[in-house]
Ligand binder design. Structure first.
Ligand code: OAD
Ligand code: ZN
Length: 235
């Protein structure tokens, strides 16, 4: 995929880019965790009913992410970012993933639209802060040091708005190429970004082992695992 100095690349990644690092995707794994559908533990309703269960789920995901390492696809995106930032500054990476494998691979112009696994926030003060702890003791769930309210994962749950959509739309409006990697195209508004890009007539490329649900909206589809496709995609 040749990029000219006038191109501006917007990359959107999903769970598939971390699959080869050993982190389960949402829909591929059957979506089950300890007998629960992910939708049952990743919602404001689940938090209201059973915060201890929700914290157990995210503590386990913190463990999984800590055990995982970035793969060749994460590194390839960090490399293209480094190249484009030197040449033109025309790069933006938006991920639906809450793991930190992009930053550990060296990505900097990165936005976590669905939140970050290693941040938490007080339900009242709302300011996110770094948190790498495992909150698995139901009798000792974390509380805010300032106001005493519950502390929740800094994650966008089903039914909540993704973070900073304004910045995402602004970046997409400037882009000349949209590259989407490893997402099933089934969760909106992320899946709708490709339709917006198409409406602007820009190049839209999908990389993954199977066609996403919104395949019709792409101008090019490169079938294959991200680690095999991305390292040579920009050469
Ligand atoms: P999904 O689990 O829906 O889709 C994962 C995609 O990755 C599938 O299309 C697979 O074909 C693809 N895939 C699998 N292995 C791959 C590989 N080696 N290389 C490239 N692609 C591969 O995950 P997402 O689309 O990311 O939201 O899910 C979107 C959102 O749904 C998540 O961010 C999460 C979830 O509910 C929230 O938590 C708000
Ligand atoms: Zn507070």
């Amino acid at each position: 995929m040749l990029l000219t100095p006038h191109d501006r690349l917007f990359v959107l990644t999903g769970a598939g880019i971390s699959a080869e690092s050993g982190l389960a995707t949402f829909r591929g794994s059957g979506g089950l965790w300890d007998g629960h559908r992910v939708e049952e533990v990743a919602t404001p309703e689940a938090w209201e009913i059973n915060p201890a269960l929700v914290w157990r789920f995210y503590s386990q995901r913190r463990r999984d992410a800590l055990d995982a390492r970035p793969n060749a696809a994460h590194f390839a995106l960090a490399q293209i970012e480094q190249r484009l930032m030197q040449e033109s500054g025309n790069f933006y990476l938006c991920t639906q993933n809450v793991d930190d494998l992009h930053e550990r691979a060296g990505s900097h112009r990165l936005h976590h639209m669905h939140g970050s696994l290693f941040e938490s926030r007080c339900v009242r003060c709302e300011q996110p802060f770094p948190d790498r702890a495992f909150h698995e003791d139901a009798d000792c769930l974390p509380r805010c040091g300032i106001c005493g309210s519950h502390v929740r994962p800094h994650i966008v749950w089903f039914g909540e708005m993704p973070l900073d959509m304004d910045a995402i739309y602004r970046e997409l409006n400037l882009a000349t190429v949209l590259l989407v990697v490893g997402t099933s195209g089934s969760v909106y508004p992320a899946a709708g970004l490709v339709h917006l890009a198409r409406a602007r007539n820009i190049r839209t490329v999908y990389v993954g082992p199977e066609e996403p649900q919104n395949a019709d909206a792409f101008s090019e589809i490169v079938l294959g695992p991200a680690t095999q496709v991305l390292p040579s995609l920009f050469s």
